[in-house]
Design a protein around this ligand. Structure first.
Ligand code: UDX
Ligand code: ADP
Length: 465
């Protein structure tokens, strides 16, 4: 078994950054370089002001502060970092393809392919290549083929590289990444080369109990990641479908969720209704699954999973319709505050955030939005909204705080469950808003009694009337 002394991680994003920080923290004897083609991202990771790290994750700044410069380094020197490494993690982005074959479903593997080519060209000796990004099943095979066929130049230079490919999917959820990495439910390592598997397992054994480390073949590992995300997303679409039924029947989805969650076969996790799931993984992974099913001639299975995404799209779209209905059929020219723009609390990530679609729908209706999020930067909001709202009659601005967002507003939409939205002084806030005043709470975070006592109308997702 090869003892790992040098790791290179290609991709300094939401997966690569926190994962390597925790490995560096737990394994001070391993030198880790996290590399990226994006120099701004790398300089943000190297920023002396820890509040300027490119991603926000609770607890991450402390880990970076004790490991950076010791055995954790962020760099744009991809070539040297690969050639020094015994093990290379590929943690690059794999978004859904927007054009060509499989557009709208299959993952775009161009960044994975570019990384594999670079590893083939720069590696020395035996290198274990670990796929970390969420990838379609059988991508490891592609990586293997690229490594074996592209290493020719390298051979000419006498470096004589050999490779083993492992799949080690990441199960961290944003907002709880540090905890998920430090105390994982399981670590999955898929591969064929038992020696390489042991080298990777040995790293995790520094802090993860052996019984939590699952070894599988490559394809099972890749498919397990897609399936885990599909199951989680399916639970959210299931409870969201019931939230709509509650609203029309007079049931309360919080009570239903509590009642069904008490059955230990169902369990309590992932039963919170909301404006639809977001994040970079759920939709992409399900669409990947659907594409695979089509490719392998089982469209019936693909159609089944496709419905999870359809229901999610519907859930996002119905929020604007409800706002319209409550505000006398029009929001044209009305001020609406949006609280929360990230796809969930405790992250500055907005990828696939339901807040994007809901804001676009309201802008299409001519609303004047004032958007506040504790961690998302105004530039991010601009990039998410501007391109798609060019012809919309509505207008939007970013507010610096909740009071500013609410000034003169007819309505307020809570779209992310940030803690700071939970205990607001509604008596004071109601004085800033126009009457009749509406609060639309899609995350069940506000205290309904306080709201009603302040003379505000409340609509809560999944609450029947
Ligand atoms: C997910 C998986 O949880 C993680 O294991 C995988 O590695 C990456 O994808 P992430 O997307 O970071 O993680 O966040 P997650 O906590 O799963 O939430 C996804 C979305 O579902 C969010 O928009 C969240 O608000 C929503 N959600 C989650 C609900 O609406 N209700 C719930 O009960 C749980
Ligand atoms: P994830 O959530 O999967 O971590 P991100 O988009 O946050 O996705 O991060 C992926 C990172 O990978 C980005 O910072 C991007 O610049 C980087 N990247 C993409 N392709 C390459 C490449 N060929 N070499 C180095 N870095 C890359």
């Amino acid at each position: 078994m090869k003892n790992i002394c040098h790791i290179c991680c290609i991709g300094a994003g939401y997966v690569g950054g926190p994962t390597m920080s925790v490995i560096a923290d737990k394994c001070p004897d391993i030198q880790i370089k996290v590399v990226d083609i994006n120099p701004e991202r790398i300089s943000a990771w190297n920023s002396s002001d820890l509040s300027k790290l490119p991603i926000y994750e609770p607890g991450l700044d402390q880990i970076v502060s004790r490991t950076r410069g010791r055995n954790l380094f962020f760099s744009t020197d991809i070539e040297n970092s690969i050639s020094e490494a015994d093990m290379v993690f590929i943690s690059v982005n794999t978004p859904t393809k927007t054009s060509g074959l499989g557009a709208g479903q299959a993952s775009d593997l161009r960044w994975v392919e570019a990384s594999a080519r670079q590893v083939a060209q720069c590696a020395k000796g035996h290198t274990i290549v670990v796929e970390k990004s969420t990838l379609p099943v059988r991508t490891a095979q592609t990586i293997k083929e690229i490594l074996d066929t592209t290493k020719q130049n390298n051979l000419v230079q006498g470096k004589n590289p050999t490779f083993s490919v492992l799949s080690n999917p990441e199960f961290l959820a944003e907002g709880t990444a540090v905890n998920d990495l430090e105390r994982p439910d399981r670590v999955l390592v898929g591969g064929e080369d038992t020696d390489a598997i042991e080298s990777l397992v040995n790293i995790y054994l520094k802090w993860v109990p052996l019984e939590r480390i699952i070894k599988t073949n490559l394809w099972s590992s890749e498919l397990s990641k897609l399936t885990a995300n599909a199951f989680l997303a399916q639970r959210i679409s299931s409870i969201n479908s019931i939230s709509a039924l509650c609203e029309v029947t007079g049931a309360d989805v919080a009570e239903v969720s509590n009642a069904i969650g008490a059955d230990k076969r169902i369990g309590r996790e992932f039963l919170a209704p909301g404006p639809g799931f977001g994040g970079s993984c759920f939709k992409k992974d399900i669409l990947n699954l659907v594409y695979l099913c089509g490719y392998f001639g089982i469209p019936e299975v693909g159609n089944y999973w496709q419905q999870v995404v359809e229901l999610n799209n519907w859930q996002q779209k119905r929020i604007c319709k409800i706002v319209l209905q409550k505000l006398f059929g029009t929001v044209n020219g009305k001020h609406i505050a949006i609280l929360g723009f990230s796809f969930k609390a405790n992250t500055n990530d907005t990828r696939e955030s339901p807040a994007i679609q809901i804001s676009l729908d309201l802008l299409e209706e001519g609303a004047k939005l004032s958007i506040y999020d504790p961690k998302v930067k105004p530039q991010r909001i601009q990039e998410d909204i501007d391109e798609y709202s060019k012809n919309s009659p509505g207008q939007w601005t970013v507010a610096n705080d909740i009071s500013e967002a609410l000034k003169g507003a007819d309505a307020l939409l809570i779209l992310t469950d940030w803690d700071e939205f939970k205990n607001l002084d509604w008596n004071y806030l109601s004085t800033l808003m126009r009457t009749p005043t509406w609060v639309f709470d899609t995350r069940s975070v506000v205290n309904s009694i306080d709201i009603k006592n302040a003379g505000i109308n409340l609509w809560r997702l999944g609450e029947g009337v």
